[in-house]
Design a protein around this ligand. Structure first.
Ligand code: HEC
Ligand code: HEC
Length: 117
């Protein structure tokens, strides 16, 4: 009985997620191409830090489509000031480090040869 209740609860959750359009399987990592060194966006880590609350980012900040641009092209400061895209968190006074001073220190733009695992 208990087991079937949990099954029902799980399927209800999945159903609700599907209704909200959050039914797509999230990617583990995304590589955002950039001339200054590609940025590896750890989707799993980002989602986990937000306690898997997809609506923190979808659909307001990003579409659920890795082919769509993330709209965070330089100058990054412009997006940070507007609290848009990655800059809604990554900005001075935000919940994550700002881009300034963090370009290549292995946080964001990493040349393929520098990345070790
Ligand atoms: C901290 C922000 C953030 C959170 C939270 C988040 N995502 Fe994403 N997600 C992104 C970004 C950024 C992209 C890439 C969008 C782009 O390339 O335009 C993305 C892309 C996706 C994609 C497209 C993958 C592909 O290959 O096209 C799916 C599916 C997705 N997310 C599902 C989810 C689900 C499900 C959750 C909740 C468990 C979630 N996301 C939570 C930021 C987030
Ligand atoms: C909902 C808030 C939020 C959004 C939106 C967000 N990040 Fe983050 N990000 C964080 C937090 C929190 C951390 C970890 C805390 C820190 O290191 O300052 C982090 C860490 C990172 C890291 C270091 C590696 C890691 O995952 O721990 C990179 C690189 C990164 N983010 C890139 C991006 C990019 C690129 C975007 C836009 C596509 C983005 N983030 C959007 C909150 C966010």
């Amino acid at each position: 009985m208990r087991h079937s209740f949990y099954c029902f609860a799980l399927f209800s959750l999945l159903g609700a997620a599907a209704l909200l359009g959050q039914d797509k399987t999230p990617p583990a990592k995304l590589v955002l191409k950039a001339k200054t060194g590609n940025v590896t966006y750890d989707h799993a880590a980002h989602a986990k830090r937000e306690k898997n609350a997809c609506p923190v980012c979808h659909p307001k900040l990003f579409t659920q489509d890795a082919k769509a641009p993330v709209a965070f092209k330089p100058p990054h400061k412009k997006h940070e000031d507007a609290k848009a895209s990655c800059g809604s968190c990554h900005r001075a006074g935000g919940t994550a480090f700002e881009t300034k001073g963090n370009c290549t220190n292995s946080k964001c733009h990493v040349k393929a040869t520098e990345r070790k695992g």
